[in-house]
Write a protein of this length. Structure first.
Length: 152
């Protein structure tokens, strides 16, 4: 369940706050293959289980950009901001991929509110999303997402 903020201004007093975690999600070979089809990235390390068995990870791994794209799924499960007219995804900073995601891994997003500022009639927040791999000490991805909320 997401950490809820009744209005964007409530973010201003919550910098440093640990947010809720998303649900766990299994990364199947089917999901990896669909991402390969969507992006045209059919490198064997992602889509050829037989060849990948002899590769550096012993199995297929998810694309780094697949892992990053899941942040869009995890964010609404991590944080919910209410009381705005519209919001925009401004972008991201400091994207890193510390660990590979082997097929059938289970991932979730963990959030922390890194910074908040008022910008041009809006509240802009930076939420660091750490994509954890169940049973691993190293995360799959760490990214600072930037969202801007325009108040009512």
């Amino acid at each position: 369940m997401a950490t809820v903020f009744a209005k964007p201004a409530d973010l201003l007093t919550s910098v440093g706050k640990e947010l809720d975690n998303s649900d766990w999600l299994e990364i199947t070979q089917e999901r990896i293959n669909l991402f390969a089809d969507a992006t045209g990235d059919h490198q064997w390390i992602h889509v050829d289980p037989e060849k990948a068995k002899d590769g550096p990870f012993g199995a297929c791994i998810a694309h780094g950009y697949l892992t990053l794209s899941l942040v869009n799924l995890f964010l609404p499960q991590i944080i919910e901001v209410q009381g705005f007219t519209h919001a925009v995804n401004v972008g991201m900073d400091k994207t890193r991929f510390p660990a590979a995601v082997p097929v059938n891994s289970v991932l979730r997003g963990k959030g922390q509110l890194i910074s908040v500022e008022e910008i041009k009639g809006a509240i802009q927040s930076v939420v660091r999303v750490t994509v954890e791999i169940q049973g691993s000490d190293r995360p799959a991805c760490v990214v600072d997402t930037i969202s801007r909320y325009f108040v009512e």
